[in-house]
Design a protein around this ligand. Structure first.
Ligand code: HEM
Length: 397
């Protein structure tokens, strides 16, 4: 039987804490999960994958609200009725609204435009020896334009809300201090206002074919529609943008592999997947919806378990030579980056496409870049971790 002392304790609220730390690797070798001040942190791959697929646990918004002690205000409005909080039937209906916009056929049709957009953006980057910010000048507009192309939403209207959707992702952090909470509330407020205006415009002219028009035809409660749109705008723009940023950091740190991609673009899908393993979002949360036992661990209803993607994706039980970034790694197990079970990310194929076309355009046109000054990262406990500012000096081939 597991004794409490056998289970490592990690203070994730220590300001110096970072997921990418030897303390996490050491804890993973000690036990499959660690205790933290806010709940359990799942460290090994297989247990994490099982837990994500286990329907006795859910990412429900009410769990996040309880975690942060929030009972009112814009965060409550969003999380109280976001997708994962809606009853099963409505959750399925919401996913079904999005599915046709991201179908394999639509994605295949969009691939040519995605490539052209990535090449156009790559053409405009600075090559005079001064750095380009690959987040603001490349990853951000690329992710936004592909998301908008596929969903029919107007990019010029959504563009001003880019930083708002990035801020909203902080709501899934393991902890929210007052400053972050105000930042999220302010951003949510502005996204809600935009969504209300956009819905009013479609009510006045109901013949549209975009995602918002399709959603409004479902007859689902308005508060669920509004929260769904917050999730989709955030997931569709913010997540691919930051994950592409993570891929570019990894490749800039491994210039030999950047050059291999330039010589052999067939390696790009493997490189995108390796970047998802290497630097996936930091965590995916689950809350027990009933008292349960999992792999010998008893959880009470409401208990929280955070899957630590960084650790699970470096678990030597699942990946050979896990601490090596290798774009030619045989693709056996999928890295944990998109969650699991009924909540598995519905935008995973689009997310991968953004990474692939972005990496392809840059490696074709530029030699392996050098970072110019420090990369500025989002807060370590943010659910969608990634660079905020990525200064790279680019040189044409
Ligand atoms: C590389 C890019 C992306 C990453 C790494 C990512 C990651 C994730 C993760 C970890 C989850 C939580 C899953 C769970 O709880 O099991 C999620 C959910 C979600 N994602 Fe993504 N995502 C990406 C791209 C996208 C895109 C492009 C869209 C939309 C166009 C999107 C929309 C959503 C939505 C709506 C959910 C909630 C699903 C539900 O509750 O059923 N994501 N994503």
């Amino acid at each position: 039987m597991t004794q409490l002392l056998d289970i490592p304790y990690i203070d994730v609220l220590d300001p110096a804490f970072h997921f990418a730390s030897p303390q996490i690797s050491a804890a993973r070798e000690q036990h499959w999960y660690a205790r933290t001040p806010v709940g359990l942190l799942i460290l090994r791959y297989q247990e994490a994958a099982d837990l994500l697929a286990d329907t006795r646990l859910s990412p429900t918004g009410s769990g996040h609200l309880a975690l942060h002690g929030i009972t009112s205000g814009p965060i409550h409005r969003y999380l109280g009725s976001n997708m994962s909080s809606t009853e099963r039937d409505n959750h399925v209906k919401l996913r079904a609204v999005l599915a046709p916009f991201l179908s394999p056929r639509r994605l295949a049709e969009a691939k040519g435009l995605a490539r052209t957009t990535a090449h156009d953006l790559a053409d405009r980057l600075t090559t005079d020896g001064s750095p380009s910010d690959l987040m603001a000048d490349f990853a951000d507009p690329l992710a936004l334009s592909l998301f908008c192309h596929l969903t029919g939403l107007p990019a010029d209207e959504l563009q001003p809300y880019g930083s708002a959707s990035a801020d909203v992702g902080l709501v899934f952090a393991l902890s929210l201090n007052t400053e972050l909470r105000h930042q999220v509330e302010h951003s949510l407020q502005s996204l809600f206002s935009y969504i209300e205006q956009a819905m009013a415009a479609r009510r006045a002219t109901p013949s549209g074919t975009d995602l918002i028009s399709a959603l409004m035809k479902t007859g689902l409660p308005t508060h669920q529609q509004t929260s769904f749109l917050v999730s989709v705008i955030m997931g569709g723009h913010d997540a691919p943008m930051h994950q592409l940023g993570c891929a570019l950091v990894a490749l800039a740190e491994h210039p030999d592999q950047w050059e291999r991609l330039a010589q052999d673009p067939a390696l790009i899908p493997g490189a995108a997947e390796e970047s998802l393993r290497w630097s996936a979002h930091t965590h995916t949360l689950r809350f027990a919806v009933e008292d349960l036992e999992v792999a010998g661990l008893a959880m009470a209803r409401g208990d929280m378990a955070a899957v630590c993607n960084w650790s699970a994706n470096r678990d030597p039980r699942a990946f050979d030579r896990p601490d090596l970034f290798d774009i030619t790694r045989p693709r056996g197990r999928l890295p944990l980056a998109f969650g699991g079970g009924p909540f598995f990310c519905p935008g995973s194929a689009l997310g991968k496409m953004v990474i692939e076309v972005g990496v392809e355009a840059l490696t074709q046109r530029y030699t392996a870049p050098a970072t110019a000054g420090p990369v500025r990262w989002r807060p370590a406990l943010a659910a969608a971790y990634g660079p905020q500012h990525l200064p790279l000096v680019l040189q044409e081939r």
